[in-house]
Write a protein that binds this ligand. Structure first.
Ligand code: ZN
Ligand code: ZN
Length: 346
């Protein structure tokens, strides 16, 4: 889960102070910290100047506060909404994608996203979605009590307004390249955190726009998503290994601040998952447990009060169990309709 430090993001009352807090000039590009009503505190948007206007990467989650910050930031930069001439999305999660439709309406800019990422957005928020029911059914099979499943369903519904209106999109795909800020960037497929996520790599400078795939101080969430199947943790770990092959001097993450030791951070993330997997096998060697039982031990029962974080924790726990079971380290049996996991004797 996104296990960063806790705390509320607070904004100054005065518009110009909001802008000073939220916008950072880095010479050739601009980092905008768009507030989030979660413990993550903010999502990074990046602005790159083009011959005409600016490319905006990941505009943020649609909240009144985020729009206030954007208005103040544009004012501070001396820009109008129409100076945004292109919107690029690293991936489909609401904290990155949510404002894309709003900014498109204000600016008229095209929105670019991968086909897979967009398919997820349409499936969740395109109307007549049964994603919430599917997720609650999945959690039921993994031992989560019904009142917690219902709280998660209610929490999911609150996201519809935070991703509306839906943008009209144009597809971009891994393997091609795109010009941003006068530079050529390679699009890299980076699944595991979000199916369809793209990283953007600029070889000459060694710059990597890495979305949520590699974050400093925070462990990117890796979730089993109903309807997607597969082995997301395997996809994530494979992607991390692939990303290590790029020479990166500066990484632009979706959360926290740009950082330099990209490969070192990847190694830390790999080790984090190795440790967690071994801990889970050891726990399941002691006694059989459900995914929900494991989740409460790993992340703490206080998450019962926070459906948003509980969802991340639960889906992440299931992702680790899927990974271990596919490798024969653990096995499951269905008892009274609920999956029970135990370590296998190797
Ligand atoms: Zn994400
Ligand atoms: Zn994010």
């Amino acid at each position: 889960m996104m296990s960063g430090e806790q705390g509320e993001f607070s904004l100054s009352a005065r518009t110009d102070e909001v802008a000073v807090d939220s916008v950072i000039w880095h010479g050739e590009w601009v980092q905008v910290k768009v507030p989030l009503p979660f413990s993550l505190k903010w999502v990074n948007s990046y602005l790159f100047p083009e011959e005409e206007g600016y490319t905006l990467i990941d505009p943020g989650l649609r909240t009144d506060e985020a729009i206030r910050v954007w208005d103040a930031v544009l004012h501070k930069l001396g820009l109008q909404w129409t100076d945004i001439t292109r919107i690029l999305l690293t991936h489909q999660h609401p904290d990155h994608y949510g404002l894309a439709g709003y900014v498109q309406q204000k600016s008229g800019a095209p929105v670019f996203i991968s086909r897979l990422s967009h398919a997820y957005a349409v499936r969740l928020w395109g109307g007549s979605s049964d994603f919430s029911e599917q997720l609650q059914a999945l959690y039921g099979k993994h031992g989560m009590p019904s009142e917690l499943r219902e709280a998660i369903g209610e929490n999911l519904e609150t996201f519809v307004a935070m991703v509306s209106p839906q943008p009209k999109v144009t597809y971009i795909e891994a393997g091609s390249s795109i010009a941003i800020g006068g530079m050529d960037w390679l699009l890299i497929d980076a699944p595991g955190h979000a199916n369809g996520q793209l990283c953007f790599y600029e070889q000459e400078r060694g710059w990597m726009l890495c979305g949520d795939q590699v974050l400093p101080h925070i462990t990117p969430n890796v979730s089993v998503v109903p309807g997607e199947g597969g082995d997301p943790l395997e996809a994530f770990l494979t992607s991390l290994e692939e990303l290590k092959a790029y020479e990166v001097k500066l990484a632009f993450p979706g959360h926290r601040d740009p950082f330099t030791d990209f490969t070192g951070r990847i190694t830390e993330l790999q080790q984090h998952h190795e440790r967690r997997l071994e801990r889970m096998v050891a726990m399941l060697a002691e006694e059989p447990r459900t995914a929900f039982g494991m989740c409460e031990v790993l992340f703490g029962s206080r998450l019962r009060e926070n459906p948003h974080n509980l969802r991340f924790a639960m889906s992440e726990t299931i992702a680790h169990l899927v990974y271990l079971e596919r490798r024969g380290r653990i096995a499951s049996a269905v008892v009274d309709g609920v999956h029970q996991y135990a370590a296998t004797l190797l």
